[in-house]
Write a protein that binds this ligand. Structure first.
Ligand SMILES: [Mg+2]
Length: 325
């Protein structure tokens, strides 16, 4: 499969997962199951009243996708890629008239990102802007787009650089590296492994990874320990990877299960979607999810801008392959 289809699969899979999970953000899996009569989110839903984004339009992605689009813009256009260029993209894109502000619906960006943007506005140093106490999901929800960088060492470096712009907890930074590397390895066509990617060094993340991957049995649904996962970056990244691993051969089941898993459903499903999208490519994503995805054009543009910059020699036949003209 071509790199193009995998990169587009990463971006679209991430946005689809985000939009599916958005309707249930911050609600327990039991509430989701009651609302849907199923533990899987098979279609886009309007944000249920109990969720963080009650009333959120069906099929609309959230800050996860907004941040991924902004980061992808920085990776596609800045030479060299630095903390300053990434910080500038965030500050510009999420300003009052910024191009991705419209995607930050109701709930806004996460607290750590909001505070980080405030510090940048006051002249904070982008390289050290993230604070030690900030270990939430803001840095892992967008980092999959860095997996498109062709060089593995660059992925490791840039995933950490982009994380530090908003988050300073070392395990959150490592979690961002892990997600980007999993996507990178899939784009490179390597087999999907259960292991924490080589090069990521963090004891807290490693322990969480072991716990989330313990006793996984494929084809048996989502085990209890992968439901209602706490909202630290390291638990989220490890759980999302375990779900993607569990459903490696079934993109639809994997994303639908992640979106119904409870807690930070949009971010978990976003990461699972990005990983499985990289493994299987754009054409494996269910057509009804692609059709119903709002902001699809912006997501595709972001993927294509990375493909143009980093894989210019490869023939582009994606539109034809995906059945569009
Ligand atoms: Mg979100």
């Amino acid at each position: 499969m071509s790199v193009e289809l995998r990169i587009r699969g990463t971006h679209l899979g991430g946005a689809i997962g985000d939009a599916l999970g958005a309707a249930f953000e911050n609600t327990p899996s039991s509430v989701i199951e009651n609302a849907l009569g199923s533990s899987k989110v098979g279609d886009y839903e309007k944000g249920i009243p109990q969720s963080l984004l009650g009333g959120h339009p069906a099929g609309m992605p959230t800050d996860d996708t907004a941040m991924a689009l902004s980061l992808a813009g920085a990776l596609a256009s800045s030479r060299p890629i630095t903390a300053a260029s990434i910080a500038k993209a965030f500050a510009t894109d999420f300003a009052e008239n910024g191009r991705f502000k419209r995607l930050i619906w109701n709930g806004g960006v996460g607290g750590a990102v909001a505070r980080a943007l405030g510090r940048l506005e006051r002249g904070g140093d982008p390289e050290t802007n993230g604070q030690l106490e900030d270990g939430g999901n803001g840095a892992v929800m967008r980092t999959h787009v860095a997996g498109a960088l062709p060089d593995r060492q660059d992925v490791l470096t840039i995933a950490a650089v982009q994380a530090r712009v908003t988050h300073g907890h070392p395990s959150a930074i490592a979690a961002a590296q892990a997600v980007a590397l999993v996507v990178h390895d899939a784009i490179a066509g390597r087999p999907f492994s259960a292991a924490l990617p080589a090069g990521v060094e963090d004891a807290v993340l490693a322990a969480s990874w072991r716990a989330m991957h313990a006793n996984l049995k494929r084809r048996s649904g989502l085990p209890a320990h992968l439901r209602d996962v706490a909202m630290s970056a390291w638990e989220t990244a490890a759980a999302a990877h375990a779900i993607a691993y569990l459903f490696e051969n079934d993109v639809e089941e994997g994303i639908a299960s992640a979106a119904g898993s409870g807690g930070d459903t949009d971010t978990i499903a976003c990461i699972v979607g990005a990983m499985l999208g990289a493994v299987h490519g754009e054409n494996a994503l269910p057509k009804r999810w692609l059709k119903g995805l709002r902001e699809r054009a912006a997501v595709e543009d972001a993927a294509d801008s990375l493909i143009r910059r980093y894989y210019p020699s490869q023939k582009r036949a994606v539109a034809v392959a995906a059945g569009r003209s």
